[in-house]
Design a protein around this ligand. Structure first.
Ligand SMILES: [Cu+2]
Length: 167
């Protein structure tokens, strides 16, 4: 018979040892290291925002980022950017983002990114926003996105947007 106190003690221990609490804005999930999740601050009234991070896969097995949800956004999609008819366009990656074995995959402005849609409120620089990342094999981890300045990588608003999945 296991006492509920004992169960609670274990739960607490797991919570305290959970990877999200370790080093400075870097998270470990199995053999994956998630580096510096951040989101771009948005102007008032904006309903979409971009968010970025890196995933280093130290195992010899590929994994895949299949789902992301971020607090305050109705939906979050994993986008790629591609050149089409001379214009940069973004498209959701229907099957998720591959995280190949032994490599570091970067989501960054102008490349793969997370797209927050249906924002309840603007993202303000300095704010922290919780998110859940789900990988096909490694499972789910909670991370915190730091909201950073709007500037630096202009032009996202000018990019054409399509919700037609492409992989
Ligand atoms: Cu996008």
């Amino acid at each position: 018979m296991v006492s509920s106190l004992f169960v609670r003690a274990i739960a607490l221990t797991i919570l305290l040892l959970s990877p999200g609490t370790v080093s400075a804005h870097e998270y470990t999930l199995g053999t994956l290291t998630i580096g510096h999740p951040w989101a771009r601050a948005t102007p008032a009234g904006a309903k979409v925002a971009g968010a970025f991070l890196s995933v280093e896969n130290k195992s010899d097995m590929p994994d895949r980022l299949i789902q992301v949800s971020i607090e305050g956004a109705e939906t979050t999609k994993i986008h790629q950017m591609l050149m089409e008819d001379g214009m940069m366009k973004m498209r959701p990656l229907a099957g998720g983002l591959d995280v190949p074995a032994g490599t570091k995959t970067e989501l960054k402005p102008g490349s793969y990114h997370l797209m927050l849609m249906g924002l309840a409120a603007p993202l303000v620089e300095g704010q922290k926003v919780k998110g859940l990342l789900t990988f096909e094999k490694a499972g789910t981890i909670e991370v915190e996105f730091k909201v950073e300045a709007i500037g630096g990588n202009a032009g996202q608003a000018a990019h054409q947007h399509s919700d037609v999945p492409q992989n």
